[in-house]
Design a protein around this ligand. Sequence first.
Ligand code: CTP
Ligand code: MG
Length: 228
Amino acid sequence: MRTVAIIPAGGSGSRSGYSVPKQFLKINGKELIAYTLEVFQKSKLITEIVVAVHSNFFNKMKKIKNKYGITKLKNIVEGGGERQDSVFNALSSLELNATDLVVVHDAARPLLPQSVLTEAIKTAKAKGNALVCIKASDTILKSSEKEFKYLDRSEIFYVQTPQIFQFGDLVKGFNKAYKHSFKGTDESSIMHFAGAKIFITPGSILNYKITTQDDIKILKQLTKSIPC
Ligand code: CTP
Ligand code: MG
């Protein structure tokens, strides 16, 4: 059975405010995406990796692959207009059996703990899919023109990646989403739209998504002791 990681890295990082997409920023001497790729390179459960980036970063990706020895990186595909399109381009490049697993993980989440990845793959092998989430720990308020309502945080989850699905299910889910012009910010919302029952598995606060300049400041601190 193959377990293939898809790493969408085709975004522009507009909320970070840098001219370089955040996944290519150097953090303590190493590109952010290199930290992410090393997690998958190190995992014994991952057989290969596909990255989606815009074509002007193809060369940069090849250099990063060689510099950090990401030998599992088998294919670099063109990113799309939205994250969903980038993942679909990567998915379309794969020839897998229907029950092989596809592990989609944001390039912008460089500190995914191995234990979270391992546990998620274990769940997906047993149940068919796995969605990494963390439970809300703050008070949760829904506020708009219409309402000001406190929600029961025991029922609130922050959805992270990896999100793991069987290849056949994911292809069907994406095709259904495109057919109905459904746009999802992640695979789980697409698969939920397609009618899948989804299984939650524990994430980690360390697996936060680099979005703003403050996130980058925190990342610089956290990676100070990690060798390049
Ligand atoms: N992504 C992608 N293709 C896109 C948009 C996003 O592959 N067209 C990737 C990003 O590179 C990132 C992940 O999806 O690894 C999560 O997206 P996000 O954090 O929103 O990154 P950006 O879209 O780059 O940032 P922003 O929304 O601030 O512009
Ligand atoms: Mg975005």
